[in-house]
Write a protein that binds this ligand. Structure first.
Ligand code: EPZ
Length: 417
């Protein structure tokens, strides 16, 4: 298994270009199930998770053509409605094929996605939403079986905002009979990107990006071109890395409006953040001020940036509190940061208290999940000495060639086989 070796201490400087967003691409690629035709995707990130969902769609019978940064999916040849355990277990977001399969074929069998390192990750709201649209749901031997002659529009109220739940049911509702209203819907930019694409395919959707989304069902959807929006979490990861290393980095091909929750917090730490239309610049020359954060649904501070921000706080002046309100076990990275000399204490499972220390020491550490692995890379970049991170396959799921991008910014970082 690959490892990442970093010699810390170099302030990052230069320019980096952001890739397409994993969490926009996954639902958009799943939406190809809805279309009896081709969808052409551009600005597709080269990630393990993108390969996983492509392999899943090909297993269902779709035909896919891959070229650098592009993916064409032809859903007209789909003939199978079962997403098998071996494919789903590799990526929980496979649940996103459930809604489209029921909507187009009236039948779906999808392996229940297991939990992951950060939490149990239930899908109950996906299932109760489909039942509200008239589907019958059976759980049998680890599989979800959903059936409906034709989905019927209805009101669906989410107990809490769910990103993929909103995406799954928005996709399902596009082909239902009548109108569906999703209330307490998630508002992430990836939801808006999915709605925009579905509208280009002929769907009738209003309210995406607000907590109330209305979808008027249509008979069928058509082919179109879809350009994947930039990855706001990759953007945030490089922003935090620039601030943590005391560097000066221009981040290009991003959408500053999508990462506002982090920008305000980074500015509060004393970093200078200049935003432009499709780029932003982060530099830090003064000591890092400690800042409290609480993770919240968009547009609050993103849970996917919590681990990276914790690394920044480990070398801040003073103490900070991090409240992780979305997932029940998203502090695994803290154990590895402690081994590097950080001063962190966890109480009640979702409150972390961090006391800033002068510096971290390089160490051999282990990645546990996608965003935790990014926080450990940042820790290696600021630590004194050498850090070796194992299990970097977690990182390859969601970051395209991250060590190449960091080394282009001057970091002493390389992948070792
Ligand atoms: C999406 O996961 C993202 N994944 C996650 O990014 C992200 O952390 C998360 O949203 C929150 O922003 C993709 O978009 C592919 P949720 P999702 O449903 O949709 C609970 C990454 O690193 N819940 O919004 O699975 C759930 O347990 C990944 O790229 C239920 O209880 O998250 C959580 O506490 C990690 N029942 C909360 O809701 C349900 O049916 C929010 O989860 C669904 C969710």
């Amino acid at each position: 298994m690959d490892k990442i070796k970093i010699v810390g201490g170099t302030p990052l400087s230069g320019e980096v270009t952001i890739s397409g967003a994993k969490n926009a691409a996954l639902p958009l690629i799943a939406s190809s199930i809805l279309v009896n035709g081709k969808l052409n995707f551009t600005n597709v990130p080269n990630l393990m998770d993108i390969n996983s969902i492509r392999l899943l769609l090909e297993d269902l019978g779709a035909s896919c053509k891959v070229s650098p940064g592009c993916l064409e999916v032809d859903g007209s040849s789909i003939h199978k409605i079962e997403a098998e355990y071996d494919l789903v277990r590799k990526m929980r977001a496979s649940i996103l094929v459930l809604g489209p399969l029921v909507a187009r074929f009236g039948h779906a069998k999808v392996s229940l996605p297991g939990g992951c390192a950060i939490g149990a990750r239930p899908v109950n709201m996906h299932l109760t939403g489909l039942e509200a649209l008239g589907a019958t749901i059976n759980l049998d031997h680890g599989y979800i079986e959903a059936k409906a002659d034709r989905l019927i529009g209805n009101e669906i109220y989410f107990d809490i905002p769910t990103v993929t739940g909103t995406e799954n049911l928005m996709m399902a509702a596009t082909l239902a009979k009548g109108t569906t209203v999703l209330r307490n819907a998630a508002r992430e930019p990836e939801i808006i990107a999915l709605a925009d694409a579905l509208i280009n395919m002929g769907a009738k959707i209003t309210g995406a990006g607000t907590t109330i989304i209305a979808i008027e069902g249509v008979q069928s959807l058509n082919s179109c071109e879809i350009d994947i929006i930039p990855d706001r979490i990759e953007t945030g990861t490089f922003m935090v890395a620039a601030a943590a290393t005391g560097g000066d980095v221009l981040i290009k091909g991003c959408m500053p409006d999508h990462i506002g929750g982090l920008i305000s917090k980074l500015k509060a730490t004393g970093a200078i953040v200049d935003t432009f239309e499709d780029s932003l610049r982060v530099k830090r020359k003064t000591p890092i001020k400690s800042v409290d954060i609480k993770t919240l649904p968009y547009p609050g501070f993103p849970t996917d940036m919590q681990a990276q921000f914790m690394t920044l706080m480990t070398i801040a002046d003073g103490s900070s509190i991090i409240h992780e309100s979305i997932f029940e076990n998203r502090f695994i990275h803290a154990n590895e940061l402690l081994r590097m000399g950080a001063d962190i204490s966890i109480s009640g499972g979702n409150i972390a208290s961090i006391r800033g220390v002068d510096k971290l020491q390089g160490a051999e550490i282990m990645a546990s999940d996608l965003r935790a692995s990014a926080s450990l890379v940042i820790a290696g970049l600021i630590a004194e000495g050498t850090t070796v991170i194992s299990r970097v396959y977690h990182m390859d799921r969601g970051y395209e060639a991250i060590e190449k991008k960091f080394s282009s910014l001057g970091a002493n970082i390389k992948r070792i086989k």
